[in-house]
Design a protein around this ligand. Structure first.
Ligand code: FHN
Length: 686
């Protein structure tokens, strides 16, 4: 009896065990995460491919030639008309092996291709829609051919898949201009099911997939719940797959990062930009076009040079990121010639210097005047790859603030690895180089050092401005607590005898401040310097009979830069307290000229910040302080000026051509933190 019950219990346990909870892929140990990310961090360099129906019009529609993959939306092409491209998409010259060879020869380790872009067209044969490659004259599943070629050539196959879908009847919202496409019966949850079904096809019919690169997550219908659901779905099908942060919401626009603590997939996606500094502890990949379009535009010949692309790849790797470089193939299945040439050039450099990119970590230096640095941990030490963009005239490569003990240095491209002489001068190592670089775009010098890199950045000399009227407070800041800052006020190089910096300095005369970090009496950083100049303030006036607000004249007209007002007649004249006429106007093609006075509360140095879309100019006491003219988005320019307490004449000229418009004036001083200039400061002659 006992035996039977034990067996019975065992059977029940096994049955229950079979119903084990699904894996929660949102929870992962750091070890497991690092193991999953390892190939991607090693790869550093991938190919992005934007290819689909939009390659047929190749950027042109009804005489306009600036389109690409967004053509259906931006040219307001009705669905039935756009669908006609299905019968025209016939990439007879498509050759998957050729594409993969070009990527591999360029040194790329993975390919991310648009399995579906926002237009909803599936570049693969899907049983859930006829809006796919199988409905074209070509019929063949190009993604299957590409995946097979990738697997054969040890290149990771990855999918770009758009959440936003301008074709599927259940996707919402519709395009704002698509008044004829009813939303009647549209069911977004049914669309999510369709999306999941497509992803199941893409993750079960094409072998191992390295990355799912989502996009189009920004519309109101998507949210983090859907994002997590899709992430779980994708990982459940291929647990090792890597997913970008655009699977969910919360991305910081084109900067591409997702706030810490928020679910953001496995890596951030800066687009068309390289973060100014690395993002320690955060995986990120810059995606970038070679010209100005993702999808093929036959008119766009504005390709970045091979030199630019190699330096971008180096810059990104030196900040700890990956580079996903885009190709927009033609409708016939071939790459644009300009792209082929650049891939070849990059491959030539990568064949010689690839080890200075693959599997490297971010630079230990904040800035290097001659180039960039990447690094790898080696047995017993660290290998620094010094990427020299600008060959020093002295033929001495100065590596500032490096306290580590050097082992050897040589040119990576030198097959004999002939050792280069290394000397130490104060904080810096100096490496003697040959007269000419081996590569004009980026010559890599290998510097092996003992242990982890010991780097001391130069201290930062901080003050409100490099000019003052009576006196100015100067702080000297450093990023570590080991060293001591010593400084001089006569422009000489600080020595161990120079005074220690222990509290802010107050300067009352023109002064050249130099500051260096010291450890055990020795300089360990390069020297920071800043020159402070004493200036006389512009005379303020006290005027009677002034009234609050600025006088303004409004002009109608179409300009690409600020007009000369003398020959113009204003359409409106009025008094303004806050430039709202510029901010709130619904018009395009206008200019406003504000004139009057600004009340300066205290004599001092002021920094003004002028933000405008489009152009603007700030005059103070009839002199141009900020010239921010031209066609541009809402960007800011600043200017510094010493002003006496009292009234100063002020003029802001502004124009808007089309699109968004804005005008904003802010100020700051040693006593005022940056703020909008309060409207009570503005006056005009009545
Ligand atoms: O709208 C897309 C665009 O077409 C392109 O795919 C880029 C590439 O990352 N992503 C979106 C724009 O941010």
């Amino acid at each position: 009896m006992k035996r039977i019950s034990v067996v019975l219990l065992g059977l029940i346990w096994i049955m229950l065990g079979c119903k084990q909870q699904p894996v929660n892929y949102l929870e992962e140990t750091p070890e497991a995460h690092n193991a999953r990310m390892e190939w991607w961090r090693e790869a550093r360099f991938g190919m992005f491919i934007h290819w689909g129906l939009y390659s047929v019009p190749a950027g042109e529609w009804k005489g306009q030639t600036h389109y690409a993959e967004w053509i259906r939306n931006n040219a307001h092409i009705p669905l039935d008309t756009y669908n006609l491209f299905v019968k025209q998409f016939n990439p007879v010259n498509f050759n998957a092996e050729r594409w993969v060879d070009m990527a591999k020869d360029a040194g790329m380790k993975y390919i991310v291709i648009t399995s579906k872009h926002h237009d909803g067209f599936c570049l693969f044969d899907s049983k859930y829609t006829d809006f796919d490659i199988a409905s074209t004259p070509y019929k063949r599943d190009v993604l299957k051919e590409l995946a097979d070629a990738c697997h054969k050539n040890d290149i990771k196959m990855c999918w770009y898949h758009s959440i936003m879908d301008w074709h599927h009847p259940d996707y919402l919202p519709r395009r704002s201009w698509e008044k004829d496409r009813s939303t009647e019966g549209a069911d977004f949850n049914r669309y999510v099911t369709y999306l999941k079904n497509e992803l199941t096809e893409l993750l079960t019919h094409y072998g191992e997939i390295g990355v799912l690169w989502f996009d189009g997550e920004w519309e109101s219908t998507w949210n983090s719940e859907y994002g997590k659901e899709i992430y779980q779905h994708v990982r459940s099908l291929q647990p090792k797959i890597i997913v970008n942060n655009r699977v969910t919401v919360g991305r910081s626009g084109m900067a591409g990062t997702t706030k810490e603590k928020e679910f953001g997939g496995d890596f951030g996606t800066p687009e068309q930009q390289i973060p100014a500094t690395g993002i320690p502890g955060y995986d990120w990949e810059t995606c970038m076009t070679m010209n100005n379009h993702w999808g093929y535009n036959k008119f766009d010949k504005n390709f970045k040079s091979s030199k630019q692309l190699i330096r971008m790849l180096t810059d990104i790797a030196s900040k700890g990121g990956n580079f996903l470089l885009n190709i927009g193939p033609k409708a016939d299945g071939t790459f644009p010639h300009e792209a082929i040439v650049r891939l070849k050039d990059m491959g030539k450099w990568m064949k010689v210097n690839g080890e200075s990119i693959y599997g490297t970590k971010a630079s230990p230096f904040k800035i290097l005047p001659w180039g960039r640095c990447t690094q790898k941990t080696m047995t017993g030490g660290t290998r620094l790859y010094l990427h020299v963009f600008y060959w020093p005239e002295s033929n001495e490569l100065v590596v500032p603030g490096l306290g580590s003990k050097p082992i050897r240095a040589y040119l990576l491209a030198d097959p004999d690895q002939q050792e280069l002489k290394i000397a130490r001068h104060r904080d810096a190592l100096s490496i003697s180089l040959p007269a000419q670089p081996l590569d004009p775009w980026n010559t890599v010098v290998v510097l092996d050092i003992e242990g982890e890199p010991v780097v001391y950045d130069a201290p930062v000399i901080s003050a409100f401005a490099p000019v003052f009227i009576n006196e100015i407070k100067v702080e000297i800041i450093k990023g570590e607590s080991v060293s001591t800052i010593r400084y001089t006020l006569d422009g000489s190089e600080p020595s161990v005898q120079s005074p220690k910096y222990e509290q802010p300095l107050t300067l009352k005369d023109e002064t050249e401040v130099h500051a260096t970090c010291f450890v055990d009496g020795e300089p360990v950083s390069s020297t920071a310097s800043m020159h402070f100049r004493k200036v006389k303030p512009m005379t303020g006036r006290s005027l009677d009979e002034v009234k609050p607000g600025l006088m303004y004249h409004w002009y109608d007209g179409k300009w690409d830069s600020l007009p000369a007002y003398s020959g113009l007649t204003p359409k409106i004249t009025g008094v303004s307290e806050n430039f709202s006429e510029a901010d709130n106007s619904k018009d395009d093609n206008f200019s406003i000229d504000y004139q009057g006075f600004i009340q300066i509360p205290t004599t001092g140095v002021y920094r003004f910040y002028l933000t405008s879309d489009d152009g603007s100019r700030l005059y103070l006491n009839e002199k141009v302080l900020i010239d921010h003219d031209g066609l541009h988005g809402a960007t800011t320019k600043s200017g510094l000026v010493a002003l006496e307490q009292g009234l100063h004449s002020l003029r802001i000229s502004y124009f808007e051509k089309s699109g968004n418009n804005s005008l904003k004036l802010e100020w700051a001083s040693q006593d005022i933190s940056k703020e909008l200039v309060p409207s009570k400061q503005f006056y005009h002659y009545h």
